[in-house]
Design a protein around this ligand. Structure first.
Ligand code: SF4
Length: 389
């Protein structure tokens, strides 16, 4: 059965604020998230960010926030003064619900007792930590600035300071490394009773160092069979240890599903601030330029042309629903398609289903729901494309 929290998130009252902190100490060779290593822009960025919050305070028609998420980049490189100012501004323009989830992405090397205490004192109640691996060779290959021992120290410190809701990221599917390395990472996280684990397959993106190496034939990708084997290993290990596989890459112990990310998949309205951040109002999508210099200049000069927007058509909303629902354990509801989008869309789904009649290893029809299996989730891009219009 789908977890109860998912139904709660589908209520129209869920609203989020995403804050993109676009700075990193160095650029990891696999990463294509928008960030810059020019840390001297931090204060100017901060002034622009605060102004953007003021500009967008009425975007959702409510000031109430049920979720706040600091992502990046590396939010944990912000100082106490900078973070305090951001929280003061959030509280000036919005009302954070008493039970809101407030997530802060951190890198292990920034976790000190002093920082962790500060984050807690600001009201942050969920930490998402980029551990990535507990194998030093993998960490080195990924260009990370921390060791496996520092990962463990960071987890211990966060727990000691009183964070009970910790999510850890790991990366698998790395060429040259086998299942033993992933097994070690999963075992460590399970032994530390980490409540939420996001496991991502290494993806080689064109505009990254790895992408360039791959193009020059200097970096191979893992054969598909090995990738699938590793994905199924992650899914099975975590399920055996009590984790609910509630989205392609996300696993949690009961009650610790990410409310913010689940919100994205279940139609939560949200405001995104900072370069490259996206917003969703229910009828419109807005996206900020992925360029911190242009972002600062646009807001400083009052031009405010740092974002673009589009009004969503019924077809856009249907395709969004296909992509978001099929990636979760909740699945795609046939009756919802009929009620929300009409017969044409419902017929399209039914017709597409026929193609999968003889492929029960990829998806199942459970009464009203189309739910992808683990194997189906692994090849979900192709399946989603089939169901989209
Ligand atoms: S992976 Fe994280 S720390 Fe590394 S460059 Fe990307 S955002 Fe920065």
């Amino acid at each position: 059965m789908p977890p109860f929290f998912i139904f709660m998130l589908m209520t129209p009252s869920a609203t989020g604020l995403y804050i993109h902190v676009p700075f990193c100490k160095s650029k990891c060779p696999y990463c294509d998230f928008y960030s810059t290593v020019k840390l001297n822009y931090t204060d100017k960025f901060l002034s622009a960010l605060l102004k953007e919050m003021e500009l967008k305070k009425n975007l959702l028609g409510t000031s109430r926030l049920t979720s706040v998420y600091f992502g990046g980049g590396t939010p944990s490189i912000l100082t106490g003064r900078q973070l305090t100012t951001i929280f003061e501004t959030i509280n000036k323009y919005f009302t954070i619900s008493a039970d809101a989830e407030i997530t802060f992405e951190v890198n292990p090397e920034n976790v000190t007792k002093e920082n962790a205490k500060l984050w807690k004192s600001l009201g942050i109640n969920r930490i998402s930590i980029g551990t990535q691996s507990f194998d030093d060779y993998v960490l080195k290959f990924l260009g990370r600035r921390h060791s496996a021992a520092e990962n463990i120290e960071a987890l211990n410190l966060l727990t000691e300071v009183g964070f009970t809701n910790i999510s850890a990221d790991i990366i698998y599917g790395i060429p040259g490394f086998d299942i033993k390395s992933i097994e070690k990472s999963l075992e460590t996280l399970i032994n530390h009773s980490i409540k939420h684990i996001s496991a991502y397959h290494l993806s080689i993106e064109p505009n990254t160092v790895f992408g360039v190496l791959h193009k020059k034939n200097k970096l191979k990708t893992l054969p598909d069979d090995d990738s699938l084997k590793q994905y199924l290993f992650v899914c099975n290990t975590l399920k055996t240890n009590g984790y609910n596989h509630y989205e392609i890459s996300n696993f949690s112990l009961k009650g610790f599903e990410s409310r913010h990310n689940s919100g994205y998949w279940f139609g939560m309205k949200y405001i995104g601030v900072g370069p490259s951040a996206h917003s969703y109002t229910g009828d419109k999508r807005l996206w900020n330029n992925a360029n911190v210099y242009k972002y600062i200049k646009s807001i400083e000069t009052g031009q405010n042309d740092f974002f673009e927007e589009e009004t969503l058509t019924t077809k856009d909303k249907f395709n969004d629903y296909v992509i978001t629902s099929l990636r979760t354990s909740e699945g795609l509801s046939l009756s919802r398609v009929k009620n929300d989008f009409g017969n044409r869309y419902h017929t399209h789904i039914i017709n597409t289903l026929k193609k999968y009649e003889d492929l029960p290893e990829l998806l199942i029809l459970d009464n009203d729901k189309i739910i992808l299996t683990d194997k189906g989730l692994f090849v979900s891009d192709g399946i989603m494309a089939d169901f989209m219009i």
